[in-house]
Design a protein around this ligand. Structure first.
Ligand code: GDP
Ligand code: MG
Length: 178
């Protein structure tokens, strides 16, 4: 296959405080010895080659989303530049789940003709006692928006790499169906 088709831009979007940067820093290798594999550009963009199912893929992960951006310029950029999206909310914050739904709607509308891979990510699943969004609500949301769903904990490093590998698998499914 054409190697350029193994280069993917994945964008993190979601409310403030849901854990986007925490997920990005795990991707960047802050928590392991392979950090040198990753090139950081200003701390918000990280490029890393990963092997998923025996095939390598280079992911550029963007953590540039600013929910408070008033010009909307960065937000529009984010909505149009990604090959795939991780829409993150916190399971401890219902408002962030509602925000994730809005972002899903916006993305599906802005990129109507494209079948952009999206994973709805319910982060902070280690904080079970503060849970405001149930697993079944998260799953139901993903059905509505026709995307995948996963709960993660950046703090416990639970399901974080499954999420990055999952988005690569979805990108390949789409690539192979073209
Ligand atoms: P962002 O605004 O979406 O980039 O969120 P941050 O990554 O800056 O995280 C916001 C706060 O939540 C920080 O204090 C993190 O340490 C904390 N945090 C992020 N992910 C988790 C998680 O999975 N579990 C817990 N308990 N805290 C988390
Ligand atoms: Mg952040």
């Amino acid at each position: 296959t054409d190697s350029s088709s193994n280069l993917y831009k994945v964008v993190l979007i979601g409310d403030n405080g849901v854990g986007k940067s925490a997920l990005a820093s795990i991707f960047a290798g802050a928590a392991d010895s392979m950090g040198s594999d990753c090139e950081l550009f200003g701390g918000e963009v990280c490029e890393r080659t990963v092997t998923v199912d025996g095939e390598s893929a280079t992911i550029t992960l963007l953590d540039t989303w600013d929910p408070q951006d008033e010009s909307k310029w960065t937000q529009d950029q984010c909505m149009h530049t990604g090959d795939a999206y991780l829409i993150v909310y916190s399971i401890t914050d219902r408002a962030s789940f509602e925000k994730a739904s809005q972002l899903n709607i916006q993305l599906r509308r802005d990129r109507q003709s494209e079948d952009v891979p999206i994973i709805l990510v319910g982060n902070k699943c280690d904080l079970m006692r503060c849970r405001q969004v149930s697993v079944s609500e998260g799953r139901a949301g993903a059905v509505v928006f026709d995307c995948k769903f996963i709960e993660t904990s950046a703090a416990m490093q639970h399901n974080v790499w499954d999420t990055f590998h999952g988005i690569v698998r979805q990108l390949r499914l789409r690539r192979d169906s073209e």
